[in-house]
Design a protein around this ligand. Structure first.
Ligand SMILES: [Zn+2]
Length: 419
């Protein structure tokens, strides 16, 4: 039987009622599957109870299954965004469950099926409150990208590399503070810090012990700092090139910075591949050096992602920074600096293909399999193989999202399919 369309389509968001195409068995036919290690043309994906149970190179009978006709489009794993602050007019630090859910729903329209909600540098109380909202939102999240735990971006950063982080809240790692935060919540899966700060190595060791991904970020570190950090838990570079040191000179001698260290060490890197933050030559350079298995594409999106251009606010509505969104990026009102990304995941893949001349397979891999591995969820997400969650995105040749499926359920549909 065909997966018929019988439910509601909201005129603006166009979310599909979850009861549709929601039976236990599903098969997706007539698509070019991106596993993402190879193409399977005219392939079929079988799903049962939200789990992929097989990928076939032909259409096969699957009794009782709903059928989704991919109409010749690409069928890929859902995108996994390791670093995201907001979208659809909301920020994860707005202090509401609704903000979490709306952000998850907004980005699902652009192919994201899993994300790591990210905080900004803030007072401890605000961070704890955001962790509370995370837990409530995670339990209520039925129509959006799934949450993979929280990413705390800061507050242990180098003041000189703060970027758009509020300098009032930047400080050195303090075991009294971070132990309290770690004891407060089990939902932290990632934490970004500057490794050269006093106490940062002990902090990294502690995160590693807790199974939390530590990342170097907003940092003035030189190679010696990054090497020690890498040996003590920091295995990822947060938004490579943004808010981090390159080569510096001290008393005439040159020192390799965080960027060069990330290239030299077997470190993972994430990049804001919106086509604005990093120009084409840098996208190509990073890809050439690190390759698709070490690069995760991230949006680092603020609240204006998925919204019309114009005025917006970076950070919380209470005390955030007024910004202007134009040219596909948020800028400070005087236009001297970027003030956040408004990217969505489809745009990242598009930029890697169109600007960095990367193959579609590798671009998808950097948005799926690699971030899944970095985040430690590759046993259940990131590739289309039997046994993994049926988190699937269907997109056309321009990487425009046609359908987003999470755990076998269609949560976004671009157009009413044929009945
Ligand atoms: Zn960020």
């Amino acid at each position: 039987m065909l997966c018929t369309f019988i439910g509601k389509v909201q005129s603006t968001a166009r979310f599909v009622d979850r009861n549709i195409c929601n039976t236990m068995r599903l098969k997706i036919i007539n698509g070019t599957i991106i596993t993402p290690y190879r193409y399977i043309r005219n392939g079929t994906v079988w799903v049962e109870n939200g789990i992929i149970i097989g990928i076939e190179t032909r259409d096969v009978d699957f009794p009782g299954a709903d059928v989704i006709d991919a109409e010749g489009h690409y069928v890929a794993p859902g995108f996994i965004d390791l670093h995201i602050h907001g979208g659809g007019g909301h920020d994860f630090m707005d202090g509401s469950v609704e903000a979490f859910l709306k952000i998850a729903e907004t980005h699902a329209q652009y192919g994201t099926t899993a994300m790591v909600p990210t905080t900004l540098t803030a007072e401890k109380e605000d961070l704890l409150e955001t962790l509370d909202f995370y837990e409530k939102a995670n339990a209520a999240n039925a129509n959006g990208a799934q949450f993979l735990g929280m990413h705390l971006e800061g507050p242990y950063f180098a003041l000189g590399q703060r970027g758009a982080q509020d300098p009032r809240y930047i400080r050195n790692p303090d075991p009294k503070e971070y132990e309290e935060v770690l004891a407060y919540s089990n939902s932290i899966t990632r934490w970004s810090a500057a490794p050269e700060l006093p106490g940062a190595i002990d902090f990294g060791k502690r995160l590693k012990q807790k199974g939390i991904l530590a990342a170097v970020a907003h940092t003035d570190a030189i190679y010696e700092d990054v090497l020690e950090a890498f040996e003590n838990g920091y295995t990822l570079a947060t938004h490579l090139y943004s808010a981090m040191s390159g080569v510096t000179r001290r008393n005439a001698f040159r020192y390799a910075g965080t960027i060069e260290s990330a290239f030299l060490l077997d470190m993972d890197v994430e990049i804001i591949a919106d086509g604005v933050h990093l120009p084409a030559p840098l996208l190509k350079l990073i890809y050439k050096i690190k390759g698709p298995d070490r690069i995760a594409l991230i949006t680092d999106a603020m609240r204006a992602a998925g919204m019309p251009e114009g005025e917006s606010t970076l950070g919380s509505l209470k005390n955030g920074l007024k910004v202007i969104v134009e040219d596909g990026v948020a800028k400070l009102p005087d236009r001297t600096s970027f003030a956040g990304s408004v990217s969505t995941a489809d745009r990242l893949v598009r930029a890697m293909v169109n600007m960095a001349d990367v193959s579609l397979l590798d671009a998808v891999r950097m948005a799926t399999a690699t971030p899944a591995r970095i985040m430690g969820v590759h046993d259940r997400k990131g590739t289309l193989v039997a046994g993994k969650d049926a988190d699937i995105v269907i997109f056309d040749a321009d990487i425009r999202i046609q359908r987003t499926i999470i755990k076998g359920k269609t949560i976004y549909l671009n157009a009413i399919p044929q009945i």
